[in-house]
Write a protein that binds this ligand. Structure first.
Ligand SMILES: Cc1cc2nc3c(=O)[nH]c(=O)nc-3n(C[C@H](O)[C@H](O)[C@H](O)COP(=O)(O)OP(=O)(O)OC[C@H]3O[C@@H](n4cnc5c(N)ncnc54)[C@H](O)[C@@H]3O)c2cc1C
Length: 293
């Protein structure tokens, strides 16, 4: 497989990136780390004549603390997220996803923005960041808009991004006391393997040890990361434990819309959702307790 002839435009500002993208739309794609896009171009899954590199827009890189929580610039690599002390100290559930993504070489170039904007169902960051109530910033010459992450992806490889829009950052709010989150992934190998199924769970405990808030998001078992609100609602007011988590897992299994492919059958994926939901909830609960220990 060879790369087709493509014109590369290197943008040094967001304005230039939006201008190039809009000028050649729908025949242009933004380029970040290229670990998805270049593979898709070679495989002819995507056919465009222009790519617009964001790599010279330094403002899009980095992890920082804001007054409301954590900001990760779209061009920040998965390795940089994993190495961030702020993430390690206060948003460590994200590491469940970054530590199991691909291998070190890919993580060194693959970006957070690319992982969200590629809208591939098995991508690792959308479930855990959605569970943590993340929002994304979408910039265009008309202005910036903030949208909840769960509304970004609308179908397989389809997002709400407009032709002249760039995803510039993802914001994760500060988590309340007695909050814990976790991401559980099943893949066919330990390294360099995408998710066959994955589940992210987050919950907050009341002082009396009942659950006051819970979110569960499924990955790789539906066209988009699937927020199962009914499973979260079911847990409200309940003491955390095996019975409650099993019940939530049953709801999550019903909500999954898995397909069969070379990595596993739909039935197998649904079973995985049950196991992974309980595992993620258990870990999230342990972490919630640790915040007040
Ligand atoms: C061997 C291998 C293993 C992999 N394993 C995993 C894995 O385990 N888990 C996983 O989740 N992924 C995996 N991936 C997929 C990929 O590495 C990730 O999805 C990665 O985060 C994509 O980021 P990127 O910067 O390379 O995106 P790119 O390939 O540059 O772009 C991907 C898409 O997003 C768009 N885009 C990129 N940045 C922006 C932006 N700022 N604004 C708007 N649109 C944008 C591009 O136009 C393109 O359509 C793997 C890939 C390979 C090649």
């Amino acid at each position: 497989m060879y790369m087709p002839d493509i014109e590369l435009h290197e943008a040094t500002t967001l304005e230039r990136a939006a201008e190039f993208k809009a000028r050649y739309a729908p025949n242009a794609r933004l380029l970040a780390g290229g670990t998805d896009l270049l593979v898709d171009l070679k495989a002819r899954r995507i056919n465009v004549d222009h790519i617009v590199s964001l790599n010279r827009i330094d403002d899009l890189r980095g992890v920082s603390q804001t007054k409301d929580g954590l900001r990760i610039g779209a061009l920040t690599t998965i390795t940089q997220v994993g190495n961030s002390q702020l993430v390690r100290d206060r948003f460590s559930a994200i590491l469940d996803a970054t530590s199991r993504m691909a291998g070190p070489q890919i993580r060194n170039v693959a970006t957070v923005g690319g992982n969200l904007a590629c809208a591939v169902p098995c991508a690792d960051l959308p479930p855990i960041l959605t569970v943590m109530n993340a929002s994304v910033l979408l910039w265009s010459p008309e202005g910036e808009r903030r949208v909840p992450l769960e509304t970004l992806i609308v179908n397989v490889r389809k997002t709400i991004l407009r032709d002249n829009e760039v995803l510039t950052a993802v914001d994760v709010p500060t988590q309340p006391p007695r909050y814990g989150a976790a991401y559980a992934k099943f893949s066919l190998r330990d390294g360099m393997a995408i998710a066959v199924a994955s589940v992210a769970a987050g919950l907050t405990l009341n002082k009396d040890n009942t659950i006051c808030d819970a979110r569960i998001v499924l990955g790789a078992v539906a066209p988009v990361p699937k927020l199962v609100e009914s499973a979260g609602t079911l847990l409200l007011g309940q003491p955390p434990g095996e019975a409650a988590f099993r019940h939530a897992a049953e709801i999550a299994m019903k909500a999954a819309e898995p397909i069969s492919d070379v990595r596993g059958s739909a039935d197998f994926r649904r079973e995985l959702v049950g196991v992974l939901t309980q595992r993620a909830l258990k870990t999230a609960c342990e972490r919630a307790r640790e915040t007040v220990a």
